[in-house]
Design a protein around this ligand. Structure first.
Ligand SMILES: Nc1ncnc2c1ncn2[C@@H]1O[C@H](COP(=O)(O)OP(=O)(O)OP(=O)(O)O)[C@@H](O)[C@H]1O
Length: 276
């Protein structure tokens, strides 16, 4: 049985149609990456999966339970099985690293202080930062903060993890540490994950399956290899990071038809340097 089942989701805000019939079935243990241009509804889709938004039409199922008809309280119970690494879901600045990771456990688990402390240790080891236990978030780098936020996201051993732009704002090396952590978690816990990203390197690395959204619809659903080989212009342009006709039209620019002739390069203005 699929862990997540989205059936024909429709969502609009006023006259803006954001989801226009999205159906998606995600089996347990799969690592799925959702890509697509800005504003195509990726975050809106995630919010339906966690029950923060309700569809105008369609159904959202988690582990055999229909969540789009649940009350807020009922959804809260289901949400305990989900871990979030959201861009905005920063750490609580006034709490130490260990208090941050212990937070969901104190709120929802009913476990003893000793057991919670053991879990905090285990999760810190998992993300490779045991030495930061007593630190405050302000003392951590951006990459370390993301890793601690990940430790907090997995504190409750969720069945599903949602990563929203997990590598945004990190340099390539630190981004890759996050990719490796996502893979490590998948290997060691067989958790199901949904990652929203613009980072194609990250997408190719962590995905078993890539789904591309365009104007509220799924226009690609397949393996990273199949995506790489796709001849469909919208997909090819996105994968290669090239602006297509539609994007250029929006800028009132024509797509380049031929390579412009190489102009004589203008040398940069010489800076006058004086010794002494
Ligand atoms: N609560 C809301 N009320 C009104 N409009 C909304 C709301 N949430 C999202 N939208 C609109 O829906 C569209 C899709 O937004 P969404 O955040 O899902 O895009 P996205 O694909 O995640 O983009 P990005 O890659 O830039 O994060 C946008 O035009 C956005 O302005």
């Amino acid at each position: 049985m699929a862990l997540i089942e989205l059936k024909n989701l429709h969502k609009r805000f006023g006259s803006l149609v954001v989801l226009d019939g999205v159906s998606l079935s995600i089996p347990e243990g799969q690592s799925i990456v959702i890509i697509g241009a800005s504003g195509t509804g990726k975050s809106v889709l995630l919010k339906h999966i966690v029950g923060l938004l309700k569809p105008d039409k369609g159904e959202v199922w988690f582990d055999g339970q229909r969540i789009d008809l649940m009350t807020e309280r009922e959804v809260d119970v289901v949400r305990v099985q989900m871990g979030f690494l959201f861009q905005m879901g920063a750490l609580f600045d006034s709490l130490s690293v260990e208090e941050n990771i212990a937070f969901p456990l104190n709120e929802h688990s009913g476990k003893s202080a000793a057991e919670i402390s053991r879990i905090v240790d285990e999760k810190l080891k998992m993300v490779g930062l045991p030495e930061t236990r007593k630190k405050m978030p302000a003392q951590l780098s951006g990459g370390q903060k993301k890793r601690i936020a990940l430790a907090r996201a997995i504190a409750m051993d969720p069945r599903l993890i949602l990563y929203d732009e997990p590598t945004t704002g990190l340099d390539p090396i630190r981004s890759d540490v996050i990719n490796e952590l996502i893979l490590k978690l998948k290997r060691e816990t067989a958790v199901t994950s949904i990652t929203v990203t613009h980072d194609m390197h990250s997408a190719r690395k962590v995905a078993d399956r890539i789904v591309m959204l365009h104007r509220g619809r799924i226009i690609f659903d397949g393996t990273p290899e199949a995506m790489q080989e796709s001849a469909e212009p919208l997909i090819r342009n996105f994968v290669r990071g090239e602006a297509g006709e539609e994007d250029l039209e929006a800028l009132d620019m024509a797509p380049p038809t031929a390579q412009p002739e190489q102009a004589e390069p203008t040398p940069p203005a010489q800076k006058q340097k004086r010794a002494g």
